[in-house]
Each structure stands twice: as structure tokens, then as C-alpha cells.
Design a protein around this ligand. Sequence first.
Ligand SMILES: Nc1nc2c(c(=O)[nH]1)N[C@H]1C(S)=C(S)[C@@H](COP(=O)(O)O)O[C@H]1N2
Ligand SMILES: [Mo]
Length: 201
Amino acid sequence: MDTRGFVGRRSGRDNATRLPPGQSLTADFPVLSAGPTPKVDLASWRFTLKVGPRPVASWTWEEFGRLPQTSWTRDIHCVTTWSKFDTPWTGVLVDDVLAAAGIEAPTPFVLAHSFDDYATNVPFADLGGGKAMVATLYEGRPITPDHGGPARLLVPHLYFWKSAKWLKALQFTQKDEPGFWETHGYHMRGDPWQEERYSDD
Ligand SMILES: Nc1nc2c(c(=O)[nH]1)N[C@H]1C(S)=C(S)[C@@H](COP(=O)(O)O)O[C@H]1N2
Ligand SMILES: [Mo]
């Protein structure tokens, strides 16, 4: 568990230093999906960890719920320029997924795959070391289907398109392979503090 050390009224200056360049603060929670929300049934839900084409571990919903749970409050930043502060999530750290599978990262590159056939690539350096989780709760309740429930990847320090909704697999790849938005001109890493929006940024 970890919480911000200071919780209190935000000064304008605090907001300015927390807001990456070109972003504006929003209070609501916009929904951004490339297509319709897929129907994901908990009874048949499985989350799979793969190395190349090979599945190395897989969990049912019940099994996944028994992995160590972590709660976080984080700021999120969408490339369409909205940011939202202090979003509260609970889930399983990518580190704890790997530990449960008994492996260490075999390559530096990961593709996140979703039930809507969306995919996004994230360097393992941005997932391990406590940087990312597979989230199942938002504000203490199951993540709603439009926001990616039952489970979504959460990589809060990168633009939010890297936080794949309706997550079904994490796959280690030999090369850094572009996902959906990355093949449409978006950045391979997507650091909001560097404004890595498009492939030539
Ligand atoms: N599977 C999947 N994940 C996705 C998307 C999507 O279309 N499909 N859209 C991405 C984009 S562009 C953003 S900004 C966030 C939006 O998450 P939200 O709808 O919960 O705000 O999800 C990301 N993850
Ligand atoms: Mo986005």
C-alpha cells in the first residue's frame, strides 16, 4: 500500500507542477474507447501471461483475486489533453503477477492485449518496479465496463492509452512491437512529461 504523503487543499502552484505540459485538469472521468465495450463474462474470464507465443501462467477471476492486492491513488493523463488527479485504484502489481508466475522479465518489451482486440506496447521498465498494476477496483468498487472492467492495465505515469482496458494478456516480445494507437502514429512510449504524443515527438 502507498499513499501520498500530503493530502490537503491544492494550491494553484501545486496544480501547475502536477499537470504535464499541454494538459488541462478535468473533474469528471471521460470514457475513451476505440470501439464498443466488449462483453466480458467473469465465469470465463482468464488473464494470461505469455512469453512470445507461449502461455506461462493463467488465472481465473477467482484465482486472480487471491493474488496480493495493492491500492493506489494516482494522477492520470490522456493524450487528448485531459488529466485527472487522485484516481483511486486497487489491483495486482505487475511485479506480483510475475512473482506468482515464478518468472522474471525475459525480454524488455511487453504487449498488453485486450478483449476488444486492442493492444498497446509498454516497455517492461515502465511496468515493473512497482510502476503498474492490473486494476480491478476503482473507488473501492468493481471497475465499470466502460472504464475497462473487469480488469484493466494501469500505467499512470504514461499517457492513458497505455492503460489497456478489458485486459486479457500481457505478452513479453523480443522486439518493441507497436500496438493499436502506435501503428496509427502515436508514440512507442508515451511519457506525458516529455509530451511523447506522436511517433515523431
Ligand atoms: N482495450 C482498450 N483499452 C483502452 C482503449 C480502448 O479503446 N480499448 N482506449 C485507451 C485510451 S485512448 C484511453 S485515453 C483510456 C481511456 O480510459 P477511460 O475510458 O477509462 O477513461 O483507455 C485506453 N485503453
Ligand atoms: Mo486516450
